[in-house]
Design a protein around this ligand. Structure first.
Ligand SMILES: Cc1cc2nc3c(=O)[nH]c(=O)nc-3n(C[C@H](O)[C@H](O)[C@H](O)COP(=O)(O)OP(=O)(O)OC[C@H]3O[C@@H](n4cnc5c(N)ncnc54)[C@H](O)[C@@H]3O)c2cc1C
Ligand SMILES: NC(=O)c1ccc[n+]([C@@H]2O[C@H](COP(=O)([O-])OP(=O)(O)OC[C@H]3O[C@@H](n4cnc5c(N)ncnc54)[C@H](O)[C@@H]3O)[C@@H](O)[C@H]2O)c1
Length: 461
């Protein structure tokens, strides 16, 4: 029996960050992973998806620049893009990830972990045995999520693509149907169209793409998609899927009677927590759902405060950076540091073109909370920095202001390549900086960050 300070189950970004910080703080740590160290993010999420998006983004950026555009005479080479993706995901091998943990003295155990009792974790090992680990201080769950499969007539897991199939693609389908126009659906729709699919259709049941963001965001992304030849269907569900021959095309029937035939269907309708088979019932929790945590990542309803849940598996914010933040936070709490409870300010970037970069509350969310809201908007393409970047840059930037306190509670920037601008808004919101102070933060000329100036002027500064 191994006795250790902290056991982390799941070595995705959240588990990795919890384990690394505990080890850096001098605790003994065991990291348990059933598949690959790096998790969904590194092998089937953030990294491969961004690798597939990047070539099309660079080409689109160059096309906006007269002089550079004329140099673009060839076509995007999907095979080279796949090769670069393979390199970035380390050929789906985690050998390069392990040394960093070994150097920190982390005990790495490969196999599915399961809670057997309070502070006790059993890991099934490849030789058919079980290794029992006991935690002196804490067990941290970081087991992530898996794709949800919607109840659609005829649709079976395995017959359609999920995020793992899409991000590991080797052969481009001619026709792709994407079910779900959220983060994954929107990003992959455009990536596959730009990689060379001749027909891409995205079907979103809500009234617009990226429905959780400001309404103009989904509308502007839709316009861009349609201009690139994507068929965008919103406010409609897929009701049935049929496939005559295994490996043959699939035909989807939509709620409005339309039928769409495609060579592959990507299902991207959200995630479910990977908490089945974890032994949660042994400690009085319900398996299968997200593990509810308090502001310090401690699982609620578990006496003794020894169980933590970080990253996707607690359902708070299904994003790598938030999972890593929660991992650091949990580690600090386990080490007895006096730390404030988790921030609720979540920055998010949808890597479409135009990108949708948002942080904090949308106007609707702020109003629902009863805040005294005032909003200001400006055109992303209206500043000199955007003119210098290229022609035809469009999009909208918006601030949501708490008008009593004169501080920001939300911000959205839509436009190409806006991701690096977002952190300025995150700092303003987390720091609760008064607008009068933001007015003193002078954006350099000629950069797109001048949208800050326009927004504050629109507010009356
Ligand atoms: C296509 C796609 C693109 C994305 N793009 C972005 C992006 O650009 N930016 C962003 O911030 N987020 C993005 N995300 C979301 C991001 O991938 C997740 O938020 C992130 O991976 C969550 O990290 P995690 O550590 O909580 O879980 P995961 O990365 O899912 O890792 C969990 C790990 O736990 C392991 N595990 C599960 N159960 C057990 C068990 N019983 N025993 C041992 N090990 C176990 C799993 O094998 C896995 O390795 C994307 C997701 C997808 C699907
Ligand atoms: N750039 C990023 O940070 C990034 C990229 C990809 C994924 N992610 C993370 O991964 C998570 C999962 O992504 P996702 O796109 O699967 O989920 P999502 O919640 O972002 O979007 C799912 C969409 O599917 C729609 N939907 C649900 N059922 C449907 C149905 N039957 N037919 C048609 N539409 C349906 C929903 O209305 C929603 O718009 C996200 O929550 C996000 O946090 C982040």
């Amino acid at each position: 029996m191994d006795e250790i300070d902290v056991i982390v189950i799941g070595a995705g970004p959240a588990g990795e960050s919890a384990a690394a910080r505990c080890a850096d703080g001098g605790l003994s740590v065991a990291l348990v992973e059933q598949r690959l160290v790096g998790g969904e993010c590194l092998y089937y999420g953030c990294i491969p998806s961004k690798a597939l998006i990047r070539p099309g983004d660079v080409l689109a950026a160059a096309r906006r620049v007269p002089g550079a555009a004329q140099a673009l005479t060839g076509r995007l080479d999907a095979r080279e893009a796949f090769a670069r993706r393979d390199e970035l995901v380390g050929e789906w091998d985690d050998a390069a990830q392990l040394p960093a943990f070994e150097e920190k003295g982390v005990l790495f155990v490969r196999g599915p972990g399961r809670i057997a009792d309070d502070r006790v974790v059993d890991v099934s090992t490849s030789d058919g045995g079980t290794r029992r680990l006991t935690a002196r201080r804490a067990v941290v769950l970081a087991t992530g999520t898996s794709p949800a499969i919607p109840p659609i007539d005829g649709l079976r897991r395995g017959q359609v693509w999920d995020n793992q199939d899409a991000t590991a693609v080797k052969e481009l389908p001619e026709r792709l149907l994407v079910i779900g126009g959220g983060f994954i659906g929107a990003e992959m729709t455009q990536a596959f169209r730009r990689l060379g699919c001749t027909q891409v259709t995205v079907v979103e049941e809500a009234e617009r793409l990226l429905v959780a963001e400001e309404p103009f965001a989904g509308e502007q992304v839709r316009e861009a998609f349609e201009a690139e030849g994507v068929d965008v269907v919103t406010g409609v569900r897929v009701t049935a899927v049929e496939q005559r021959d295994t490996d043959g095309p699939l035909t989807a029937t939509l709620g409005d009677g339309r039928r769409v035939t495609a060579d592959e269907i990507l299902v991207a309708v959200g995630r479910r927590a990977e908490t089945e088979g974890l032994g949660l019932e042994a400690i009085g929790l319900t398996p299968g759902g997200f593990v509810e945590v308090d502001g310090w990542m401690r699982a609620t309803g578990v006496p003794g405060g020894w169980l933590y849940a970080v990253g996707d598996c607690n359902g708070r914010a299904l994003l790598t950076h938030m999972g890593k933040y929660q991992g650091r936070l949990a580690a600090d709490v386990i080490m007895g540091k006096d730390v404030p409870e988790s921030t609720t300010v979540v920055p998010r970037v949808t890597f479409t073109d135009p990108q949708v970069c948002a942080v904090g509350l949308t106007e609707r969310q702020a109003r629902e909370r009863g805040l005294p809201v005032r909003t200001v908007t400006t055109g992303t393409g209206d500043v000199d920095g955007a003119h210098v970047l290229g022609v035809g840059i469009t999009g909208t930037c918006k601030l949501v202001v708490d008008d009593d306190r004169k501080v920001l509670v939300g911000a959205t920037f839509v436009g190409p390549g806006m991701q690096e601008l977002l952190h300025s808004a995150t700092i303003a919101i987390v720091g609760e900086l008064p607008l009068a102070t933001l007015w003193q933060a002078v954006p350099p000329f000629p950069t797109v960050s001048e949208v800050w100036l326009r927004l504050l002027e629109a507010y009356g500064l």
